[in-house]
Each structure stands twice: as structure tokens, then as C-alpha cells.
Design a protein around this ligand. Structure first.
Ligand SMILES: [Zn+2]
Length: 341
């Protein structure tokens, strides 16, 4: 593992301290995990009172989305969701630095980013730095950047009862996984549930229910799920089982982030995924948390996969500063996109 720089804060104690001391944010616990840990939520910007005449599904069924949210004059709402997988701390580190920026005018390095602050103030910004506090508590390293592939597998997916590494995607073939493992990886809450693949029609985990409720209460326009993606270059994944408009919005944000990266840096890039075709096949793509949250509120819901710099595997290797800088590009371009700029 590379040495973790001082600005890279991702532990639950730091978040609790921030929650107790934040002044600009409205801070609340949106849920309690299976292991009894709070899910802290930081909101910036006024909450527009919206009365839902119908839920999102019924409004669409009635051929009139305005029965769920007003079509004109709605303040854009952006949700940033960190660490749905507890070992993927890249987005959490970036979110905590963004909170510091909004609270003090400086991030944890002491840098100021006026254009990012200005963009953030144009939206209602709702940040959950860690959505899976049980998984986060179980993963000891503050960052996986510079780890080996085996270290990543251990902390993310855990070990089977025979001691062998669970790995991806085999860790998804048993769900909940708790009874089958020796070490429960950071993917899971204390009940062995991977929030990404909960039963969304009857949520098994309180954390999943809290995120569904949050999207509905906030009538979210954008929901960015901040994940780690091994040695991939920064990428906004295409969400499945959502509208073409949602997929086009994800594509356009990815293009915008890459253009910004090319214009302002020599070293960062964003991969741009094509818009996928209709879901099909014997084993179709999963309807996951990202898909589900779109269907709660109609917002654009997308996974951002950050680089995790696995040193003994090929691919892109970004350091902590590059990973953090990538997130700042993503955040600023998302805020501007959300408010139509
Ligand atoms: Zn993940």
C-alpha cells in the first residue's frame, strides 16, 4: 500500500466528528446499519418543499411526471453516496474534503477551489460519505491505493470458510453471504448483505431502505454512487433498466468530465461507455441499487468507478492526489450539469 496522505480521511470517527461540528450543513442520521452504526448525511442548500401528489411510478402511470415533481422551477438536487462497498474509500475521501471545503472554504490540504464551491452552491447537495458503515468499520486500511490484487480481494470480498479468497464476482453468488465466510469483506453489512444487490422490492437491509427513502424525500435529480473500480481509468458506468434519457445524461457527463480532464490536466482521463442496448440474455444484467434509486424518483443514477491503483496488475495507476482530483472534476461537472450549465 502507498503511504496514506494526511488529507485522506475515510474513517467513521472522522465522519462522526464532522457531523458533530459542521455548521453550514444540516446533519442527520438517515439510518442505522445492521451492526448499529449511524449513516450520517450532510445537506447543503435550502430544501425546496415539494408535495408529491403521486409517487414516481404512479405519476409515470398517469402520464404526468409533474404529479411527482414540478417540471419547472425545481432546484436541482444532487446526492453523493460514498462507500456502499466499505473498502472503496476513494469517494469517501473526496466527499469528506468537499464537506471541509463547504464548511471552511478549504479542503484538508488547505487548498481552496472557488469554482467547485460556486458550482456546489447552485444545487441542493446531499452527501452520505459512508452508506455501509459496517463494511467500512471492518476494513482496516484507510485506502487501498497501492495494494496488491490479493489485498484488495481480502478487504473487499473477504474469505470463504476454507480460508480462500472470495473474489469478484463469486462473492455475489451467495447472498446473504454471512454464513459462508470466515472473514466478511467490506462489500457487506454485518448481516452479509451487499447493498448493491439487495431485494429492492422488499429491502433486506435498513441501509438500503434509508437510501430509497432519501432519494424519495429529496426528489433527487442526480445520484452519484462513488465506487472503486480496480485499475480502470475513471469511468461512469452505464445504468441498466433505466430510461434512454438517463443513459444519455450519464454519457454526456462522462464526456464533459473527460473534456475537462484533457483541458486542465496532462494525466487524468475519463472512459466513456456507449449507451447499452436492451437488457437480455439467459443471465441478464442485474437490476442493482443504481437502477433501483432511479425508479424511486426518476433521477439520473450512476456509478462512478474510481481507480484503486493495484500495483501488481496492469492498467491505470493513479495516486491519492490524482484520485482526489478526478473526483473534484466529477463533482463540479455534475453540479453544473444538474443546474443546466
Ligand atoms: Zn463497489
Amino acid at each position: 500500500m502507498l503511504e496514506t496522505p494526511a488529507f485522506w480521511k475515510t474513517d467513521l470517527d472522522t465522519i462522526e466528528q464532522l457531523a458533530l461540528t459542521a455548521k453550514a450543513a444540516e446533519v442527520r442520521k438517515i439510518g442505522i446499519s445492521a451492526g448499529g452504526r449511524p449513516m450520517w448525511c450532510f445537506s447543503y442548500g435550502e430544501k425546496q418543499p415539494i408535495t408529491h401528489q403521486a409517487n414516481y411510478s404512479s405519476a409515470c402511470g398517469g402520464h404526468d411526471k409533474s404529479c411527482y415533481v414540478p417540471l419547472e422551477g425545481k432546484k436541482p438536487v444532487v446526492l453523493l453516496l460514498g462507500a456502499v462497498h466499505g473498502g472503496e474509500t476513494e469517494g469517501t475521501a473526496a466527499a469528506i474534503n468537499l464537506i471541509s471545503l463547504l464548511e471552511t472554504g478549504k479542503d484538508l490540504i488547505g487548498n481552496e477551489y472557488p469554482s467547485l464551491i460556486e458550482a456546489a452552491r447552485k444545487v441542493r447537495l446531499v452527501i452520505v460519505p459512508v452508506c455501509n458503515p459496517d463494511g467500512r468499520a471492518r476494513v482496516q486500511p484507510a485506502a487501498m491505493i497501492g495494494c496488491t490484487g490479493d489485498e484488495l480481494r481480502y478487504w473487499m470480498q473477504g474469505t470463504w470458510t476454507d480460508g480462500s479468497l472470495c473474489g469478484w464476482p463469486d462473492c455475489k453468488k451467495t447472498h446473504p453471504i454471512k454464513e459462508k465466510v470466515d472473514f466478511l469483506g467490506g462489500y457487506f453489512n454485518d448481516d452479509g448483505i451487499n447493498l448493491m444487490h439487495d431485494n429492492f422490492f422488499h429491502p433486506m437491509a435498513a441501509e438500503t431502505q434509508a437510501l430509497i427513502d432519501l432519494c424519495d424525500e429529496e426528489s433527487a435529480d442526480w445520484i452519484l454512487h462513488l465506487h472503486g473500480g480496480s485499475n480502470s481509468t475513471n469511468v461512469l458506468l452505464q445504468t441498466r433498466y433505466v430510461t434512454l434519457e438517463c443513459q444519455e445524461a450519464i454519457h454526456n457527463l462522462a464526456m464533459r468530465c473527460d473534456e475537462t480532464a484533457r483541458a486542465t490536466t496532462d494525466d487524468l482521463r475519463f472512459n466513456i461507455q456507449d449507451i447499452p442496448g436492451k437488457e437480455c440474455g439467459k443471465t441478464p444484467p442485474s437490476f442493482n441499487l443504481t437502477s433501483a434509486l432511479h425508479h424511486v424518483c426518476g433521477g439520473v443514477s450512476a456509478v462512478f468507478e474510481s481507480n484503486q491503483c493495484i500495483i501488481d496488475q496492469s492498467g491505470t495507476h493513479y495516486n491519492h492526489e490524482q484520485v482526489y482530483r478526478s473526483h473534484r472534476i466529477l463533482f463540479e461537472q455534475c453540479f453544473l450539469t444538474a443546474c443546466g450549465e
